[in-house]
Design a binder for this molecule. Sequence first.
Ligand code: FES
Length: 60
Amino acid sequence: MYVCVCNAIKNSEIQDLANRGVRRAADVYAALEVNRNCANCAEYVQEALDDCRSDHTQSA
Ligand code: FES
C-alpha cells in the first residue's frame, strides 16, 4: 500500500527504514532521496514509523 502517492513510497519501505533506525518522517524522505511535495502524507509516514516502533517494543 502506498503511504506517499507523490513519491510512490510504500508502507513496506517505511517499515524497512524504521527497522534501520529511522524515527522521523523527514528522515524517510531524506533516506529515499525524495521531496515532500504536497505533505499530505507526513502524518501517515510518521504513524507508520511509530507503528513499527511500537511493534518492536511490544515484542521485546
Ligand atoms: S503524498 Fe507524500 S508528498 Fe504528497
